[in-house]
Ligand binder design. Structure first.
Ligand code: GUN
Length: 439
C-alpha cells in the first residue's frame, strides 16, 4: 500500500476553530493529515473518490464498557443499583477470557462500523489484558484500564484487596500504556465511590498524576448512589473526590446528573470532565443531566453510549440526537443545537482525553481518523445545516468507511480488522456460559 492516500472531492466537516465546511481533498501521509485543500493534485498517491460522502472527524466516545456488550438485552428495566447487583456484577464476575474477548470484539465491531474511532473504556476487574489485546487488533484509538473494586457488598469474583487492585493496575499500565504507536493509553478506573475504599481512590489519584494519565469513574448517577455516599462519607460525591485530592482535568466523571451548586463549582474550578450518557441515563431511569447549565458555566462535556445493557446500542448518532432532544422539552427548542451535540462527540471528546492535538477535528498535522457518511439517503436529504443533517437525520448504517491512524478499518461497510462471522457463530454458547454461571 502506498504511504500516501489522497481523498478526493469530499464534503469535509472539519470542526476546526472556524468550523470550515467545504468540498475538497485530504492528503494523508502515513498516519497523519499532510494537506487539506479544495484541490490537491494526484501525483503518485493512492486516490479515493469521496464525492458521495461527508467526511467528518472520527467520533469519540468517552464512556464505554466493552466487557458488557455480551449482556445486551439481558438486563433491562431496572434502577442502577438493582441493575448492578442483580445482573451486571454477577455477569461481569462470570467472564472468562473467552467470553470477555467476544464481548470486546462485539462492542468494537459495533463502534467501528458506526464511525467511532476513539473510546475511553471502563474495562473490567479480571482478565483486562484480553481487552487490550482486542483494542490493539481492532485498530481503534483507546484509553482503557481495569475496573477497580475493593469495598462493599460485591460478588466474590469482583472483590479485590486494595493493594492487589493497585498492583494489577500498575502492571497493566506498564504493559500497555503507549502501545500500538501510542494508539493505546492506560486510564485508571475505580468503578465508583460506592465500591471503593478511600485508600484506593487516593492512591489511584496519586498514580494517575504521577503517570500523567486519566482517572475514569462514575459519579452522581442515581439518587440511591448519592444516599450511600452521604451515609458513608458524610458528604456528596464530588466533595469526596475533591477531599481525596482527585480534582483536576484528568478526572473523567461519567453521568454527573445530581450535583448541587457547590459540586458544580468544583467541576468548573478544577476543569473536571463530565462524560454525558443520555441513553443510559434515560434507560436506567437515572435522570436528565443538566448539560445546558454545565455548558453555560464553562464545564467541559463530552459524550458516550455507556455499556450495551443500559442503552442498548453503542451508536454515537443516537447519543448525539438524544443529547440534543432531551433538553428541549424543559429548556426550549433552541437549547442544545445540533452543532453542540456534534462538538461533544468530536473535538470535546478529544479535549476530555487530552488528545486534541492529535484528533477530534480534520486539520493538517492531526491523525487521519476519519468517518465517511453517505450523503444522499432518503432519510437525510435535503439539508442546509450540515450539523442538523448529521445529528438529527443520519443513521449509524449511513457510515460507509472508517479510517484510523491513516488505516482503513471499515471499507464499504465491511470491518477489516474483526471477523464478524466468528462473532456470530460464538455468541449463543458464550451467552449461555455467562447466564449459567453459579456465583
Ligand atoms: N456505576 C457503577 N458501575 C456502573 C456501570 O457498570 N454502569 C453504569 N451505568 N453505572 C455504573
Amino acid at each position: 500500500m502506498p504511504d500516501k492516500i489522497l481523498i478526493k472531492n469530499a464534503h469535509i466537516v472539519t470542526m476546526n476553530s472556524s468550523l470550515d465546511f467545504f468540498k475538497g481533498d485530504i492528503l494523508i501521509n502515513s498516519s497523519r493529515i499532510e494537506n487539506i485543500s479544495e484541490n490537491i493534485p494526484g501525483n503518485e498517491n493512492e486516490e479515493f473518490d469521496a464525492q458521495d460522502f461527508l467526511v467528518v472527524p472520527g467520533f469519540i466516545q468517552t464512556h464505554i464498557h466493552l466487557c458488557q456488550t455480551l449482556f445486551r438485552n439481558l438486563a433491562d428495566d431496572l434502577l442502577l443499583l438493582d441493575w448492578l447487583k442483580e445482573k451486571i456484577w454477577p455477569y461481569e464476575s462470570a467472564h472468562n477470557p473467552e467470553t470477555l474477548r467476544l464481548s470486546t470484539q462485539l462492542g468494537l465491531a459495533e463502534l467501528l462500523k458506526s464511525g467511532t474511532t476513539t473510546i475511553l473504556d471502563m474495562g473490567t476487574v479480571n482478565h483486562q489484558d484480553v481487552i487490550f489485546e482486542e483494542l490493539i487488533k481492532s485498530g481503534i484509538r483507546a484509553f482503557a484500564g481495569k475496573t477497580m473494586m475493593d469495598y462493599g457488598a460485591i460478588p466474590d469474583g469482583l472483590q479485590e484487596k486494595t493493594h492487589n487492585s493497585i498492583d494489577e493496575s500498575v502492571r497493566l499500565l506498564k504493559k500497555w500504556d503507549g502501545s500500538a504507536d501510542g494508539r493505546i493509553r492506560y486510564a485508571f478506573a475505580p468503578r465508583f465511590a460506592v465500591s471503593s475504599t478511600e485508600e484506593l481512590l487516593r492512591e489511584t489519584g496519586r498514580l494517575a498524576h504521577e503517570h500523567k494519565t486519566l482517572f475514569h469513574t462514575h459519579s452522581s448517577e442515581n439518587l440511591g448512589e448519592l444516599e450511600l455516599i452521604k451515609k458513608r462519607f458524610g458528604t456528596r460525591n464530588i466533595n469526596v473526590f475533591e477531599k481525596l485530592g482527585l480534582a483536576g482535568k484528568n478526572l473523567c466523571l461519567a453521568h454527573c446528573i445530581w450535583l448541587d451548586e457547590e459540586e458544580k463549582q468544583i467541576l468548573k474550578d478544577h476543569d473536571i470532565r463530565v462524560l454525558h450518557c443520555p441513553s443510559s441515563n434515560l434507560k436506567l431511569g437515572s435522570g436528565i443531566a443538566p448539560i445546558p447549565d454545565y455548558l453555560k458555566r464553562g464545564i467541559h462535556v463530552s459524550i458516550g453510549a455507556d455499556g450495551a445493557p443500559c442503552n442498548n446500542n453503542l451508536d454515537i448518532f443516537t447519543e448525539m440526537r438524544l443529547a440534543a432532544l432531551i433538553q428541549k422539552p424543559v429548556h426550549g427548542p433552541q437549547t442544545m443545537p445540533a452543532l453542540e451535540a456534534f462538538k461533544m462527540a468530536t473535538i470535546n471528546g478529544a479535549e476530555a482525553l487530552g488528545i486534541e492535538n492529535d484528533t477530534g477535528s480534520i486539520e493538517i498535522g492531526k491523525k487521519a481518523d476519519l468517518t465517511f457518511i453517505k450523503l444522499n439517503q432518503v432519510h437525510s436529504i435535503p439539508f442546509d445545516n450540515v450539523y442538523s443533517k448529521i445529528v438529527y437525520s443520519t443513521h449509524a448504517h449511513d457510515v460507509e468507511h472508517v479510517m484510523i491512524d491513516g488505516n482503513w478499518i471499515v471499507k464499504d461497510k465491511k470491518l477489516l480488522t474483526i471477523d464478524e462471522e466468528q462473532i456470530f457463530s460464538n455468541i449463543e454458547s458464550n451467552v449461555k456460559r455467562i447466564q449459567s454461571y453459579k456465583y
